[in-house]
Design a protein. Structure first.
Length: 234
């Protein structure tokens, strides 16, 4: 079974989310096993999870020792030759993309370490070959928010989590954004559903969605398009 293990100072933030929606259903069906590993449980008596940064500066830094105790235990208990990734959520990481979620879903285990405060002791990354990922160029209170997004994006790609057809025509699946979507009523406050979607002509509909997908991507995310494709729509 695919296993996700989350190392966090605040496990309470995850429990409601992991019981709901696709993630909760996938867990109930045995598609994925999700474990929360509270960082406070790894602390020795009188030990802190964070400390002041060497060199001075504001804020606190998560210490490496309690995190290493958890990671050492998790990796020691894992089967030999297991395919796994250790991911650290931090604004200093590279941007998390759909391709990352697909890669994680093809592994056996995903370990997510949630950053906090001014970050995590940098030695964690080389010691555990950890990948640093970010949701984008903005700051949130802690890495738990990003970890929820990483877990959700990965779990929904696991076989059995959702219907395969639901994954076929969504944004980023083919490297572009999804086409616009409409449903009832056909007319609302002077805005009508495009006629082609009401035509029943599946070939025309497919061509319209492909064209709209490229045009939407060219306007909103031109960085996703090859130069040849992007040039046609700019």
């Amino acid at each position: 079974m695919f296993t996700i293990q989350v190392v966090t100072l605040f496990p309470e933030m995850f429990e409601p989310f992991f019981r709901l929606s696709i993630v909760g259903r996938a867990s109930d069906m045995g598609v994925v096993r999700i474990e929360l590993h509270p960082l406070r449980d790894a602390l020795l008596p009188q030990e802190r999870a964070d400390d002041r940064p060497y060199g001075g500066g504001p804020g606190m830094v998560l210490r490496i020792e309690p995190i290493a105790r958890i990671l050492d235990r998790l990796t020691a208990a894992a089967p030999p030759q297991e395919r796994r990734a250790v991911v650290v959520t931090t604004p200093a990481g590279r941007r998390f993309r759909q391709a990352d979620a697909r890669r994680y879903a093809g592994l056996d285990r995903l370990i997510v370490v949630c950053g906090r405060y001014e970050g995590i002791d940098e030695r964690l990354m080389p010691l555990y070959e950890a990948e640093e990922v970010s949701l984008g160029d903005f700051i949130v209170t802690g890495g738990e928010i990003a970890a929820v997004a990483v877990v959700d994006a990965t779990v929904r790609l696991l076989p059995g989590a959702i219907r395969p057809a639901s994954l076929e025509e969504e944004s980023f699946n083919a490297g572009v954004l999804d086409a616009p979507s409409y449903t009832r009523p056909p007319s609302f406050r002077g805005l009508d559903v495009p006629e082609v979607l009401l035509s029943g002509d599946h070939q025309r509909i497919a061509a319209w969605r492909h064209r709209e997908s490229l045009e939407r991507t060219a306007v909103r995310r031109p960085d996703l398009l090859p130069e040849s494709s992007g040039g046609e729509h700019t």
